[in-house]
Design a protein around this ligand. Sequence first.
Ligand code: BTN
Length: 243
Amino acid sequence: EEIDSTNRLVRDLARDGSPEGTVVIAREQTEGRGRRGRGWFSLPEKSLVFSLLLRPTSIGPVHCPQIALVSALALSLSLERIGLLPGLKWPNDVLLGGKKTAGILLESSLERNEVNWVIIGVGINVNMEEADFPPMLRGKATSLRIEKGEFVEKEQIITSFFSFFREWYARWRKPGEDRALQEAYTRRLVGKGEPIFLRGTGEVLEGRMEGIDEEGALLVFTKSGLRRFQWGEVSFCAAQKRQ
Ligand code: BTN
């Protein structure tokens, strides 16, 4: 019902040995966590916040971040199913009309260089109206309701997310199937071919976004040539409106 953070609870459950597939969905989250130490704003009834536990043994730790891309793609497909046209901001933000409508926080634990568990935390702005967002988020955040112009059933979104996630997670785990994820993700990637800044790599880098490679890393053409990044935060040089 009400909880500080679904990721925090699932992490405790993971440590206590809960199996893969454990899911916690909260009606209200009081200390939602976002990426880079930020918080996550949510409202009871109007937000969807949940976390899923995976135990992907037999994948190398370097492949873990790709699970965030699989999740973002599954979210995007769920929104497309209700007639919306989302874009993916690498690595794992889902945008509508250039504004953020969902975020994903991936946390993992390694033991002797093996993946012990991965938690996917998902927050979706479902039925907020403009005035529901705190002033600092206005203009940057949106909701499914705002973009669709009508109330959206949370159950429908969560059901289709889990079904798309199951499908794409299984596909991603099959050897030689990386290409399918790369293609489906790239088709929805926001900012391809555009000038960007990339932060979080120790420096702020400027370049042109080329796309992602088969491992989900971002390819950026910089003044020192083509470079690949496994993490970082993209911002767009031109603050235009996009899908
Ligand atoms: C981001 O910064 O974009 C990621 C936001 C992730 C928020 C979700 S809400 C459910 C889960 N529990 C948390 O505390 N955070 C994630």
